[in-house]
Design a binder for this molecule. Structure first.
Ligand code: KG4
Length: 340
């Protein structure tokens, strides 16, 4: 029997809807929110309002692009958390309304689990090589930096995570102090290609186990700029590419050191990455280099699935639908939701 899942994602500043038929992607529509750019970060109130404006056209487009009728949908999967509460409420309420109107079940989805399972989305005319369980997933985004041990689609353990800022936050905040636009990650990635990664030395954290920390690096970067700007007010413009390359290399070294340690300790060589920062070209190169050295099988998500998207939500919906794991109509979103 054909299983058609509509996914809805609204956890932060992207409104997205996607349709998967038996795990195969039929559509994935994402509306970003330019309104936050001038503020240098996501403004929660504005994000919820933009989701309200976008949700109906985005879902409508996803259904049309998939070439299905809304009556064909088997279940609606929606992001229940973690994320911004006002944003999550928009997607959750919409999912409830549509599920009630169509008289179909709802599936609640943990956003982090969705990033991990994005690797299982089948794309038409593309090779299909999903990770084999158990695998490690480095999940790096604007809000998270975690190493997750994935034993099964519904059995995940966070074995390491940031004790302060996330890797994406480090990219974004350091970009901001250099006067670069938001989000800073992609801009730094681009500029770093022209720079010398050894031009500046930045501090690396000493944190136990597989945990991360990025707040010290941020401060070290700020002090470096402050000290040089005292001597040369044009220091940033003159050294922008070198600053970006040095910062990016330091962030990647921090991420990779713990990932290598975890993989060695647990004797796992299936390694996946997910989240917005997994689009970083330097991180992808570092993963490829380690894969060659340590005989890892690495899984890099297609760029469309690195940032927030509803295809990954519909993928979790597909797994849960098979197990008949539906949620009640009184389900409410949570800004903090742990991974299990
Ligand atoms: O997963 P994501 O879309 O959502 C949130 O966590 O909200 O991740 C967004 C983060 C931002 O911090 C952005 O700067 C970062 O991902 N990012 C990148 C790149 N593309 C996006 N960071 C480094 N290099 C990139 N190419």
């Amino acid at each position: 029997m054909s299983k058609i899942i509509l996914g809805i994602e609204s956890s932060c500043d992207d409104t997205s809807a996607a349709v998967l038929q038996n795990g195969v992607l039929l559509s994935n529509v994402i509306a970003g929110q330019k309104v936050h750019e001038v503020y240098g970060g996501v403004v929660p109130e504005l994000a919820s309002r933009a989701h309200q404006q976008n949700i109906i056209p985005v879902v409508d487009q996803a259904i049309k692009q998939a070439g299905i009728r809304k009556e064909d949908i088997s279940a609606i999967a929606f992001t229940r958390g973690p994320g911004l509460l006002g944003s999550l409420l928009v997607g959750t309420s919409f999912a409830k309304g549509l599920a009630t109107a169509l008289d179909i079940p709802m599936v609640e989805v943990n956003h982090l689990q969705a990033h991990v399972l994005a690797h299982f989305i089948r794309q038409k005319d593309a090779d299909y090589n999903p990770p084999k369980f158990p695998f490690l997933c480095l999940l790096v985004s604007g809000g998270n930096s975690q190493i997750i041990l994935v034993r099964a689609y519904n059995d995940m353990e966070v074995i390491g995570q940031t004790i302060d800022d996330a890797a994406g936050e480090a990219f974004d905040k350091c970009a901001k102090v250099m006067g670069l636009p938001y989000p800073g990650g992609p801009v730094i990635d681009k500029l770093a290609k022209e720079g010398n990664p050894k031009a500046f030395t930045l501090s690396k954290p000493q944190v136990a186990g597989y945990d991360y920390s990025f707040s010290g690096l941020k401060t070290s970067f700020l002090y470096l700029l402050r000290d040089h700007l005292k001597l040369n007010p044009h220091f940033i413009e003159a050294h922008r590419a070198d600053l970006c390359a040095s910062l990016q290399t330091t962030i990647i070294d921090i991420l990779m050191n713990k990932l290598v340690k975890a993989a060695k300790d647990l004797n796992i060589n299936e390694i996946a990455v997910g989240g917005g920062v997994s689009a970083n070209s330097g991180l992808r190169q570092a993963l490829e280099a380690q894969a060659e050295k340590l005989h890892w099988k690495i899984h890099l998500p297609p760029l469309a699935f690195t940032t927030d998207n509803a295809a990954m939500v519909a993928m979790v919906g597909t797994f849960k639908y098979d197990n008949q794991e539906f949620c009640p109509m009184d389900a409410v979103p949570f800004s903090k939701l742990v991974l299990k």
